[in-house]
Design a protein. Structure first.
Length: 435
């Protein structure tokens, strides 16, 4: 019986093993289900991402197209052109003999005469003491009640003042005759005392002409100090003074300063006053010999005279003489004022710079010499109008029509524009004239 004991035994399954197996199977099933769900979700996310990317790309593409469209639209609204032009220039050397007439209205060259008077002064401190002998001076009006004929009085005609002192006339003069209505003839003349000294200084006086004493003219010719003036300046003795060197240097300074001041007043736009066409005369230099508060004031009076030329007319005259086939275009010479102006020797009333009298000058001959640069001007408005709406490729062809342009460059904005704007305000023309 024991022999078949193990054979008869039946293997019994343990219940816990079944449970574990089932749990394992369920776990595997759940895991597989979750993986499926995750895969589905990832697939869905990928699909959504692809969809979003496509939408984003489409939006960017649409924005790009819109931007390009806007840029092209703005280029038509705000496009502009800048043209830089270099005008034609011609260097010449002048040695031109020219002629001009005073205030001429014909086609010839004309000139104007200008006269300007002025005063300049400087205060100097006395540095030394000198013995001085000065004669008093004043101004007298001499009257003629004798006849209708004029009366000549020579220089140094003696006049007796109502103070009993004798004075002399400074210049030769002629006293006009009486008018038909009996008004006395009269003339103004400077006088000076016959001797130095303060005793000749005086308030206004009445005068008689000593040379007419004992004749009918003595009572009919008389003089009176000019209203508001006195006879002053008479002195004899020691007084504070300036040195001769200071005096000489001051006079030179005043002459230069006065001439420069008058030149500034004469400077007239559109006209040329060559430096060699200026004539400056010193009319008087007043140097008092009596110091006031140890100071002396030197006063200079002077007159500047000059020959003025119309710059445009003179320039065209020069160009007509120097440029072949000149077409009358507008031109200018930047350095025209630096040309050397000269008058021929013996030119009437103008050859002596220290004593120039312009009264009878009607015509002059003169020479202009030196290097000059002739610059041809550009009519910017006309040039801009011609460029309106033109294609960029036609720019050089249009330039070839302008003989007075050496070169030019065109810049369009924005850079893709192929034509010049149609509105003249959108075109900027820069002409590079030489300085």
């Amino acid at each position: 019986m024991s022999k078949y004991l193990f054979e008869d035994m039946v293997k019994i399954k343990h219940p816990k093993e079944d449970v574990r197996k089932e749990i394992k199977q369920n776990f595997i099933a759940e895991t597989e289900e979750k993986e499926k769900i995750i895969k589905v979700e990832k697939k869905r996310e990928v699909e959504v991402s692809h969809h979003n990317d496509r939408s984003r790309y489409m939006l960017w593409a649409l924005a790009g197209v819109s931007l390009v469209f806007c840029l092209f639209a703005l280029s038509f609204l705000f496009g502009n052109a800048k043209i830089s032009v270099y005008p034609k220039t011609e260097d010449v050397v002048l040695n031109e003999n020219l002629s001009a007439s005073l205030n001429s209205n014909n086609n010839g060259l004309s000139f104007d005469l200008v006269v300007m008077e002025g005063v300049e002064s400087k205060i100097l401190q006395a540095t030394e003491e000198k013995n001085v002998a000065e004669k008093a001076t004043g101004t007298v009006i001499i009257y003629n009640t004798f006849s209708s004929s004029s009366q000549t009085l020579s220089i140094d005609t003696r006049l007796e003042g109502s103070n009993g002192k004798i004075y002399k006339t400074q210049t030769k003069t002629s006293v006009p005759g009486m008018a038909k209505d009996g008004t006395p003839g009269q003339i103004e003349v400077g006088i000076y005392a016959v001797e130095a000294g303060a005793e000749y200084n005086s308030v206004p006086l009445d005068f008689k002409i000593l040379g007419f004493k004992g004749t009918p003219k003595y009572s009919k010719f008389y003089g009176r100090s000019k209203t508001g003036t006195e006879i002053t300046g008479g002195f004899k003795g020691k007084t504070p003074a300036i040195s001769d060197i200071d005096k000489t240097n001051t006079i030179l300074e005043l002459k230069t300063a006065l001439q420069e001041k008058l030149l500034k007043k004469i400077n007239t736009p559109g006209f040329i006053l060559f430096k060699d066409a200026i004539f400056f005369n010193v009319d008087s230099v007043d140097i008092p010999f009596i110091a006031k508060d140890n100071n002396l004031t030197i006063t200079m009076k002077g007159t500047l005279r000059g020959i003025l030329f119309n710059e445009q007319k003179l320039t065209k005259k020069i160009v007509e003489n120097k440029v072949e086939k000149y077409d009358g275009s507008e031109v200018y010479i930047p350095n025209i004022k630096d040309l050397v102006f000269s008058l021929p020797t013996g030119q009437t009333d103008l050859s002596n710079k220290e004593n120039v009298l312009f009264g009878d000058v009607k015509n002059i001959n003169f020479n202009l010499s030196g290097p000059a640069t002739i610059v041809f001007k550009l009519d910017v408005d006309k040039f801009s109008s011609l460029m309106l709406g033109k294609s960029k490729k036609d720019f050089n062809q249009i330039l070839s029509q302008y003989e007075n342009i050496t070169s030019a460059t065109l810049t369009l904005s924005p850079f893709w524009k192929k034509s010049i704007p149609d509105d003249i305000k959108d075109i900027e023309v820069i002409v590079n004239y030489p300085k």
